[in-house]
Design a protein. Structure first.
Length: 134
């Protein structure tokens, strides 16, 4: 959950799109690392962070050495995207539109992967539809 949502005073508003961007960062982290990100309380208290990819420990606490090893294997571009989406300050956080234009998103996939994903999702939809009729 985005920090501004978690810490929201009663009757105050927040930018739902920037909160969704934080959730996107958490989702990408989870998909690549295999664990939900444990955002460091030190990182949240600073209200921002130095986006130096080498200082990942300043923004996330890894559950174990295996998670840390997976993080270390990520490209600097992937780390940058995740850190920019998990930015604690909603005023400084990357939005979803900018994330879609990020180099890691744009350069990381070939046209073939889109077809594979479409076919996989179509097969899942057909499976679910068939099994929900019972």
């Amino acid at each position: 959950m985005a920090p501004e949502v978690r810490d929201l005073p009663k009757d105050e508003e927040y930018d739902i799109f920037l909160a969704d961007a934080f959730s996107l960062g958490a989702t990408i982290f989870t998909m690549l690392i295999g664990e939900f990100p444990l955002i460091s309380s030190k990182y949240l208290e600073t209200d921002t962070f130095d986006s130096d990819c080498e200082s990942s420990e300043t923004f996330v606490e890894f559950k174990n050495d295996e998670c840390k090893k997976r993080w270390d294997l990520l490209s600097d571009s992937a780390k940058e995207l995740i850190q920019d989406l998990l930015e604690p300050s909603d005023f400084k956080r990357m939005g979803v539109d900018d994330a879609c234009e990020h180099e890691w998103i744009k350069s990381g996939f070939s046209e073939d992967i889109r077809l594979v994903v479409y076919q996989e999702m179509s097969a899942r939809k057909a499976f679910i539809t068939t099994h929900n009729r019972v």
